[in-house]
Design a protein around this ligand. Sequence first.
Ligand SMILES: C[S@@+](CC[C@H](N)C(=O)[O-])C[C@H]1O[C@@H](n2cnc3c(N)ncnc32)[C@H](O)[C@@H]1O
Length: 263
Amino acid sequence: MKRIKRTQDYEVSIEIQEKKFINPPREAQRSAVVNRALKEFSYDLNALHEQTKRFVPGKMVYHFEEDRKQKILEKDEIMENWLIPVMRAMARVVTENGGDILEIGFGLGVSADMIQEYPLRSHTVIECNEDIIDRYFVSWKENYKDREIKLVKGLWQDTINDLGLFDGIFFHTYPLNEDEYLQYVNASITFAEHFFSHASSHLKPGGIFTYFTNEISSLGREHQRSLLRYFSSFTVNVIPLTLPDDITDTWWADSIVIVKAVK
Ligand SMILES: C[S@@+](CC[C@H](N)C(=O)[O-])C[C@H]1O[C@@H](n2cnc3c(N)ncnc32)[C@H](O)[C@@H]1O
């Protein structure tokens, strides 16, 4: 079976050699689903064509000379300011049910401040970097002396199982080394995917998990299927961004997607 989608700008073709590959009862059904897949890919190419016209150049390639778990980092290396609107949107989402909130990755505490603006019972933070804890967490906590705040030092991978269940989980870490980059970025549909099963098992029923994904205007199908394996529903919010031309992060588009997944 061969299908071709041709426009003025490109041609996409697919040839299915294996007869049993996509093999519903009727040939017309096979044709319909393959046509649909091709059409969807073509729509996606057209959307990318429009979106990439507005990309900033940025600085390319992510290098991991050393492990970042305990590395002393510049402020901008921890988080750049363009992410502030994303933090705000995620803080609003994660506190929708109030209750007990788990934040993974403290960074500069920008999102932690925003989370504290909403009514909640407790705020637990998991953070692995001692220098980030000393420089940013300790002084941040001084501003919230009367609040129920708990710091869990270490990697979430080593600590989360002792923490019980939450009403909301806010996930914002980054890859700590080359291995994590290869596994969590290159080999995944979205960075947070490696955390989906953990988020689901540490949420109360109806609890909310939020993260952002490097997608511009919607969620890819593989990403959606992966979410639906662990959550009962999800919603997507497209956050408009103003990016610096020389952004050092691996993001170049003028919007990014945040996800609210409900257990
Ligand atoms: C991008 S920063 C978070 C920024 C934060 N949302 C803010 O608004 O400032 C990521 C943080 O996650 C921490 N981190 C990365 N991997 C981690 C892991 N596996 N366990 C715990 N913390 C981790 C880093 O040390 C860093 O503080």
